[in-house]
Design a protein around this ligand. Structure first.
Ligand code: CA
Length: 220
């Protein structure tokens, strides 16, 4: 899961980056509205955390342009603007949720999971293909009798696969979902994570499609 964080306050941005990475998200952090709009043109993010008071382009304008362009990526506004009129305007401009600063990071993370679930057409917090299941709140994975806590990156990997059971994801596609722009990715990083998940859940949890990539099986 790759998140675009749009926040010009360096302390808040830093704290959010760390918390998001701890929760297995790949984070791309930009600090002004114009850069945010450019970043969003690529469509590589699964959700956006958007401050409103931003240099170069106000967050509401970023949101307005995003929706005018037909982009449906979930957006949670995070702002100090706390009047009812501001909230109504934010939601009417196309935000999926609106959190007023200061907020509890755990609440933000829960709301983020909720908007991402909804975007994927899922209301339940448990992601499963009938064989492997993943609890998005606790990062616990199950396969048969094995129940294990995954590391943040193992979680990100299995999450990406479980969102599309039966679809083969290439190494590049997995890397894009697990790592942010500024992160160095070792050439064998994905193999290492696959190995880690299989060790915990059993080799059959993830299928290797030789020369193509990896998948989890479609539900039967
Ligand atoms: Ca701001």
């Amino acid at each position: 899961m790759r998140i675009l964080l749009v926040e010009d306050d360096s302390m808040i941005g830093e704290a959010l980056s760390v918390a998001l990475k701890d929760s297995a998200y790949a984070v791309d952090w930009v600090k002004d509205g114009a850069t945010a709009s450019t970043a969003l043109e690529h469509g590589e993010h699964q959700a956006v955390l958007l401050d409103l008071g931003l240099p170069k382009r106000d967050g509401l304008e970023v949101l307005r342009r995003l929706r005018l362009g037909g982009n449906t990526v979930p957006v949670i506004v995070i702002t100090a603007r706390d009047s009812v009129a501001d909230r109504v305007q934010g939601l009417d401009f196309g935000a999926d949720d609106y959190l007023v600063k200061p907020f509890d990071i755990n609440e933000l993370l829960a709301r983020l999971r909720a908007v991402i679930r909804r975007q994927g057409g899922q209301a339940a917090p448990l992601l499963t293909n009938g064989k492997v299941s993943l609890d998005q709140a606790t990062m616990e994975a199950r396969c048969g009798d094995a129940a294990e806590l995954l590391s943040a990156r193992e979680f990100a990997l299995l999450h990406a696969l479980l969102l599309r059971p039966g679809a083969i994801l290439t190494r590049a596609e997995l890397e894009e979902r697990i790592y942010g722009w500024n992160e160095e990715v070792e050439s064998n990083a994905v193999d290492f994570l696959i190995h880690g998940v299989r060790k915990k859940l059993g080799a059959s949890a993830i299928k290797n499609v030789r020369g193509a990539g990896w998948m989890v099986e479609k539900p039967v």
